[in-house]
Design a protein around this ligand. Structure first.
Ligand SMILES: [Fe+2]
Ligand SMILES: [Fe+2]
Length: 426
């Protein structure tokens, strides 16, 4: 391995173990998403180490006994910088401990939401909590028999909970608005998949099928964990090449799931198909192949029913979130946008979906008292970041954090690990 000197300041080198990142070490590590990493600001201590990977080097940046908000802050600042390949990892063997911490915080956040936001449906939040816990296990190289069993159990909970579709739709969109840090894309899509499947009047689906579509929803973006995180989390506009790389998540997803299946994970063929097809559009304008229409009508170039459902769930869920390149939308607005390009969706699925969202908006718009933002913020002592409705968790956190960091800029120039990394990388 031909490595330059670690682009890490001396103080860090003296304090931490810094070693070249070998393939062998890579196999033993698992990446942590920005959203989950930020959850750690809500805990006092952990019993595992947090590593950062930077330009081929592995740094044990936070040992359990040294865990502090200051060190988390340093890592966070480095994550915010657009340049450089930088990621946070833990040992694979510590994943259960990490999950336990994250699950505990998520449950707390959901309880606060239940207490302070009117008309939230508890059953929906319980199911969501479970889905989100399973969704975080779907990572590159980590989809094994146990993960599939957990995903399946969460999908079956949607069915056994007999959710009220309108209440569930309202609760999900309100949750995204009130606490964007809770947004978990695959969990949201899985739930929407089940809600849509339940309402298919022209083609009623059995409970078993609804469960399977939800399972496909949880796995649909499995390939995203194969796209470099600096592209996925890039705050600015993507180049054409970067966008092409993101589009490949459909192919990566299929391959990742196929690979897991070969190693013995009981992945359903349809989950593999949906991971590959969920960006195909009814008109044929999608990717990766430009498949068109229904598989039932054309077995060679048609799109599977479950992929057509997942695609609607995926687009609607994404529209509710604010991204760097687009505004967040209220449910009614999101629906309007989808209706403008309704050729992209199978009318047999899309029509009842439109009716359901319209009914949900009508039912709750008069009932919904203004969100009790003030008491909510007070209760959470500012730990929950209140931003414009529907930003992605990472964006919301980034913005809130950048604001507070601006005030500390002078101090940061001296101490910020990311500055050091940037200088060395230049
Ligand atoms: Fe996708
Ligand atoms: Fe997606």
């Amino acid at each position: 391995m031909n490595l330059k000197a670690p682009p890490i300041r001396e103080e860090t080198r003296n304090r931490c173990v810094v070693v070249p990142l070998t393939n062998e070490l890579s196999q033993k590590l698992v990446s942590v998403s920005l959203e989950h990493f930020h959850f750690l600001f809500d805990v006092q201590k952990v019993d595992f180490s947090l590593f950062v990977v930077v330009e081929g080097w592995l740094v044990e940046f936070i040992k359990a006994k040294e865990f502090s908000k200051e060190l988390l802050d340093e890592v966070w600042s480095a994550c915010l910088k657009p340049k450089g390949a930088f990621r946070v990892c833990i040992w694979k063997q510590d994943r259960p401990k990490f999950e336990a911490v994250i699950n505990q915080i998520r449950s707390k956040k959901l309880s606060r939401l239940m207490a302070y936001v009117p008309h939230m449906d508890k059953k929906t939040l319980d199911v969501y909590n479970n889905l989100s816990a399973s969704s975080q296990l779907v990572v590159k190289g980590g989809i094994d028999e146990e993960v599939v069993a957990r995903v399946r159990a969460s999908a079956s909970q949607i069915v056994s909970s007999v959710l009220d579709s309108q209440a569930a739709l309202y609760t999900l969109s309100k949750m995204i608005t009130c606490d964007p840090t809770l947004y978990d894309h695959s969990a949201t899509v899985a739930m929407m998949c089940a809600i849509i499947s339940n309402e298919m009047v022209d083609r009623p689906m059995s409970e078993k099928e609804v469960m399977l579509v939800a399972e496909c929803g949880l796995f649909h973006d499995a390939g995203k964990t194969c796209v470099p995180s600096e592209i996925l989390n890039k705050p600015g506009k993507l180049t054409a090449e970067e966008f092409d790389e993101i589009k490949k998540h459909t192919v990566y997803g299929r391959d990742e799931l196929l690979d897991s299946a070969k190693k013995g994970a009981p992945i359903q063929d349809l989950a593999i198909r949906v991971a590959y097809e969920h960006h195909e559009k009814f008109t044929g304008r999608g990717y990766p192949e430009g498949r068109k229409g229904r598989l039932e009508s054309d077995p060679d170039t048609g799109i599977h029913l479950y992929s057509r459902i997942c695609m609607i769930a995926d687009v609607y869920s994404a529209l509710l979130m604010k991204r760097v390149y687009k505004e967040a939308f209220e449910p009614g607005q999101a629906l309007k946008i989808m209706i403008e390009s309704n050729d992209d969706y199978d009318p047999v699925i899309f029509k009842p979906f439109v009716g359901m969202v319209v009914d949900s908006v009508k039912k709750f718009q008069n009932l919904a008292a203004p969100v009790t933002t003030l008491s909510y913020e007070k209760e959470t002592k500012g730990k929950i970041i209140q931003v414009e409705p529907g930003r992605t968790a990472a964006e919301s956190l980034r913005i809130a954090h950048e604001k507070s960091r601006e005030k500390e800029k002078e101090k940061e120039n001296e101490n910020d690990l990311s500055e050091e990394l940037r200088r060395k990388g230049a």
